[in-house]
Ligand binder design. Structure first.
Ligand code: KG4
Ligand code: ZN
Length: 330
């Protein structure tokens, strides 16, 4: 059973975890949200400096909470992209330092694979083939994991904004602050999801690409046109539209491929309305739905550790010379 220490610093969460194949021994996540909030979004330079400050502190905490001796780990895992280059480099340098001093292999992990592997952490019966819907702040992708748990085929991706980015941009239009997803979810509870009929782009059955920028523009035009709009109705209608698109695309992919398993992960997968509609659809259509607990949908190092464990099991390895790639894809 591989025992892995993982480091995640791709955006605004500094996280270190110790995982022994699906068993989370520790998972420390230090969010910088409060620091970035006053700027209305993540400031890359500040994020990198905060990671540098936080890493040694949470490293000690993660080791202590795991009750292991650090020399016991089989490998050091680290997110190498996609993400903010400065933030990634801080995490990678820290990980390299540990790997060299402990003489352990270093496994460079794709952050997107990490999000998907958050599901492997919780569902031992999850084995390929399956479809994964990855919905984060920077990415929206439909992936087919046919034989491997680490090397998917991309069925479709967003042509413009990511789903989380759309939440963040619409929240800004509504003056709800950063991050937008949780804020929109919160005020939507008091809103009417059928009040506004926003466009649902490219819903054709055979097309698995996404587009959310038109939806954001529709919200902008509505705000410019009407003076006395209720923000909670706009939020609820917007959220319902995004959820409908995501659920429809994911189920189209299941139907097209004939598969019966769907993994949904990434920050937007913590949205309660999305989880509710996916559960409804899974019950109606009879497919298996795998969504990690909410706090493991947003960025954390436990998912990076599990991704590294899946890579080790499949014989993938990385040289110590591995570099960070802010635009890394599958
Ligand atoms: O996966 P993640 O933590 O970081 C990235 O890899 O991007 O995702 C962050 C994104 C943000 O855009 C945030 O607004 C969105 O996930 N998000 C949500 C919710 N919680 C976070 N979107 C909708 N509903 C939520 N409850
Ligand atoms: Zn992420």
């Amino acid at each position: 059973m591989p025992l892995v220490l993982a480091i995640e610093t791709s955006c605004d969460e500094t996280s270190i975890a110790v995982v022994e194949d699906r068993k989370i021994l520790s998972n420390v996540v230090l969010s910088q949200i409060e620091i970035h909030q006053k700027f209305g979004g993540v400031v890359p330079e500040i994020a990198a400096r905060q990671h540098l400050r936080n890493l040694p502190i949470i490293y000690n905490q993660a080791i202590k909470e795991s009750s292991i001796h650090v020399s016991e780990v089989d490998a050091i895992a680290v997110t190498i992209g996609p993400g903010l280059i400065g933030a990634l480099l801080v995490g990678l340098s820290f990980a390299k330092g540990i790997a060299v001093s402990l003489r352990k292999p270093l496994v460079g992990v794709n952050h997107l694979l990490g999000h998907v592997c958050a599901a492997n952490l919780f569902f031992d019966r999850l084995s390929p083939p399956y479809i994964a819907l990855l919905v984060s702040g920077g990415h929206t992708e439909l992936l087919l994991f046919d034989k491997s748990t680490t090397q998917p085929k991309i069925l479709g991706k967003t042509l413009d904004d990511a789903a989380g980015e759309a939440f963040d941009k619409v929240a800004r239009l509504l003056n709800l602050g950063y991050p937008g997803g949780p804020a929109i979810e919160k005020i939507s509870k008091n809103g009417d999801p059928r009040r506004y009929n926003f466009p649902r782009a490219i819903l054709e059955r055979e097309n698995f690409d996404f587009s959310f920028s038109g939806l954001k523009t529709s919200v902008l035009y509505l705000l410019q046109k009407e003076k006395n709009v209720a923000p909670w109705d706009i939020a609820a209608s917007f959220q319902e539209t995004v959820v409908d698109i995501l659920v429809q695309k994911a189920t189209n992919a299941l139907e097209k491929t004939g598969l019966r398993k769907l993994v949904v992960s990434g920050g937007v997968a913590s949205n309660a309305r999305l989880r509710e509609k996916l559960n409804q659809r899974a019950a109606e259509m009879g497919f298996e739905l795998y969504i990690p607990p909410k706090i493991f949908c947003t960025d954390n190092a436990a998912m990076i550790a599990q991704a590294a464990i899946e890579m080790i099991k499949e014989g993938v390895s990385f040289p110590l010379s591995v570099t960070a790639d802010p635009a890394l894809s599958f």
